[in-house]
Design a protein around this ligand. Structure first.
Ligand code: HEC
Ligand code: HEC
Length: 654
């Protein structure tokens, strides 16, 4: 299995790359490879050439990465549709051969797929600031319709009669209702925050939507429930209700309704954010779970841990069941595994009594007995979307541009433990990807096998390199003073790091993160790759922009922001909207040891609520109006309410 391909050279001829595990590297790609060293941690992944390319090389003209993240299988199981998110393509793969028969370019990044009943039409969520729901002929790939939707569309769902489609607009925080007959959007229904996955339940009467992040204040004075939620939408009346997940729930990724339509499964993490993270084992910091939602009752009935006592099952993503509902599968993005459980076990007493996390108590995880999950290593890296058809499971492998195909046993127990795992095979969607340092860094950032006992990855608190919307009491600035997780966008460009500036640079913060939160010390080349990934992050255009430009209100707000009377720009100067200095802006709370905090960048601040170092304001309006941030000394009172709204609109547009 692991054989090094022929080495080639970087531009300056020096060896500086790695091959993680290799067999087939195509000639053209091989020519771009740097030199290689086999890394045993990945030797488990057979038939994958993942090489690192030197940064100085000219980027290839063809899409560098396919980035498969979502899948659908035709009813007759002869075609696998793969959303290749990073390439802006949908691939048609013939089954069972596993040969790519067609690639269809789509506008934006395809993030989700759904086959309309009958199987003739393929719906593709094409994410962009102005997303589209694309309707393609499932046979030929011909474009039948392109229907405008909101910002960063995900997870399309079709009604059983094929008339209606629903689409999550992740950054518009709402759900599009689309009349497929009329070919247009007819309604927008509010979700809570970053809706990312949806499915129909109750014979199509209820649309369930998983919200990725919590939206709550987090300062020491607040003791309420903090959790991501599921939004339940009545498809006839469009009434919505909110079903909160367990306290500490964040980073929801997958949602699946079990056959029968009354129970839904949601994959997410639960952060033990009220404790000091001085250890990571036993799920002390984050646990990885599947929540069971009782749809008619509108409640979460149980939150079942995926982790084992001494081995985390990090970053659960896609979730699906076999058509008879007997077996449940979960893709573990951080652990690079597939986890299987018999549905009666998941819903049974043993799991309820022994596999639920016990947050706010010692120990944090019960896991009294043996886990009922059976885990399997997967070929490739970066399992995300998951589809089940017949007796096979398909897992999109984001970082290796491949799909892992898995024969599902009738019962999870029959599949044995991970030792006995035998994934059927892997389908290559294109040439084996050559990883740039940035891409390798992205892979490592999402890789929980770098953590002691694999409990979490950097992405566990920084999903998509942003934040989990929780507070944590990292020990770098003393104990008992909780801080809101920071987005890592522009972290390297805006030193010092951390709210109190206790790390001189983001480079130092990255290395400290490994030692103190993942309890491991990877080699410098890995942390350097993570630096490269984080430095290359690009801001997502704000959903408050109109056609990519500031709205009239935001333009008025921009004037105020830079005016002498308001003068936000003194500390928050363009282009990054920070001067990197520390100030006392009156934000000290009862737990803090200091009055001064580093001025944060305001780029993408629309996405990073709650605000201030302790997350005390869940909305920008509260920060500026109630909190009078930057507007002390009677200056708030000099502004009209509309001027405050304008200022809010400008800041949220950055
Ligand atoms: C337990 C949750 C958690 C995990 C896991 C975690 N972080 Fe963080 N990270 C935080 C919090 C909270 C902050 C903000 C702390 C502060 O402001 O004092 C932060 C801040 C940072 C910053 C500074 C950003 C800035 O602009 O100031 C960097 C860089 C960073 N983390 C990198 C990482 C890396 C790399 C990993 C993986 C090795 C990681 N983090 C894992 C919670 C976490
Ligand atoms: C004296 C310098 C200073 C001025 C003037 C100032 N800020 Fe700030 N700003 C800061 C500091 C320091 C923080 C971080 C405080 C904390 O975390 O407790 C901050 C935080 C923020 C945040 C929260 C960002 C986040 O990620 O939590 C926003 C938004 C913001 N400022 C907007 C503004 C606006 C709008 C104005 C003008 C009305 C303004 N600031 C004026 C220094 C300043």
């Amino acid at each position: 299995m692991s054989q090094a391909p022929t080495a080639s050279h970087t531009l300056d001829g020096s060896p500086c790359g790695h091959i993680l595990a290799a067999s087939a590297v195509s000639g053209g790609r091989a020519a771009r490879l740097a030199a290689f060293a086999l890394l045993p941690a990945f030797a488990l992944l057979p038939a994958f050439a993942v090489a690192i390319v030197a940064m100085a090389e000219t980027p290839p003209a063809e899409p560098m990465y396919l980035g498969p993240s979502a899948l659908a299988v035709s009813n007759d199981e002869t075609t696998l549709y793969v959303a290749c998110t990073d390439a802006g393509q949908v691939a048609w793969v013939g089954l069972p051969e596993g040969v790519v028969a067609r690639r269809v370019d789509v506008p934006g990044e395809p993030t989700g797929l759904a086959l309309a009943p009958g199987g003739n039409r393929l719906l593709v969520a094409c994410a962009a600031p102005e997303s589209k729901l694309l309707v393609l002929d499932a046979g030929t790939g011909e474009r039948l319709a392109a229907i405008p939707a909101g910002h960063t569309a995900m997870s399309p769902v079709v009604s059983e009669d094929g008339r209606w489609a629903y689409l999550c607009n992740r950054f518009s925080n709402d759900v599009s209702v689309i009349d497929l007959e009329a070919g247009r959007e007819t309604a927008r229904l509010p979700a809570v925050r970053e809706p990312v996955a949806a499915a129909l339940a109750m014979d199509g009467q209820t649309l369930l939507v998983a919200n990725h992040l919590p939206l709550a204040r987090l300062d020491p004075e607040y003791t309420g429930h903090v959790a991501a939620a599921v939004t339940a939408i009545d498809t006839r009346t469009h009434d919505t209700t909110t079903i909160p997940l367990a306290h500490g729930a964040h980073s929801a990724r997958g949602l699946h309704v079990l056959p029968g339509g009354r129970l839904a499964l949601v994959t997410h993490l639960v952060g033990n954010f009220e404790e000091t993270p001085f250890r990571v084992d036993m799920g002390w910091i984050n646990v990885n779970v599947v929540s069971v939602v009782d749809v008619p009752r509108g409640t979460v009935t149980r939150t079942i841990g995926l982790d084992e006592r001494m081995l985390g099952a990090a970053n659960p993503w896609g979730v699906a069941s076999t058509p008879d509902g007997a077996l449940v599968c979960v893709a573990l993005a951080g652990s690079g595994e597939l986890s299987l459980i018999d549905a009666p076990d998941l819903l049974g007493e043993f799991a309820r009594l022994s596999m639920q996390p016990l947050m706010r108590a010692w120990p944090t995880y019960v896991s009294l007995g043996e886990s009922l999950w059976r885990r399997h290593a997967l070929p490739g890296a970066g399992p995300r979307g998951l589809a089940v058809a017949g007796s096979k499971g398909y897992v999109a492998q984001y970082f290796t541009d491949s799909v892992a195909v898995f024969a599902l046993p009738e019962r999870a127990e029959e599949a044995g433990g991970s030792e006995a795992a035998a994934p059927v095979r892997s389908i290559a969607l294109g040439p084996a990807p050559v990883l740039t340092p940035q891409r390798w860094g992205e892979m490592l950032f999402n890789d929980a096998t770098l953590c002691y006992q694999h409990w979490q990855s950097c992405a566990s608190c920084h999903p998509d390199a942003r934040m989990d919307a929780l507070n944590w009491d990292l020990m770098n600035d003393g104990i008992g003073n909780f801080k809101n997780t920071k987005s890592l966008l522009l972290a390297h460009q805006t030193p010092p790091s951390m709210a109190e500036g206790v790390r001189a640079t983001a480079e130092a913060a990255v290395r400290a993160g490994f030692v103190h939160i993942l309890f491991s010390e990877p080699p410098e080349e890995k942390t350097a790759a993570i630096d490269a990934y984080l430095k290359a992050l690009q801001p997502v255009p704000s959903p408050h922009l109109v056609g990519g430009r500031l709205s009239p209100a935001a333009r008025r707000g921009r004037e105020l922001f830079h005016s002498e009377a308001v003068a936000c720009h003194v500390c928050h100067p363009a282009p990054l909207y920070t001067d990197s200095k520390k100030y006392d802006v009156g934000s000290r709370n009862s737990q803090d040891r200091t009055d001064e905090f580093v001025t944060p960048t305001l780029i993408e601040v629309w996405r990073t609520a709650p605000y201030l170092h302790d997350g005390r304001y869940p909305t920008m309006h509260e920060l500026l109006d109630e909190g009078k941030h930057g507007l002390s000394g009677g200056r708030r009172e000099m502004l009209t309410d509309r001027q405050i709204d304008d200022l809010v609109e400008f800041v949220l547009s950055l």
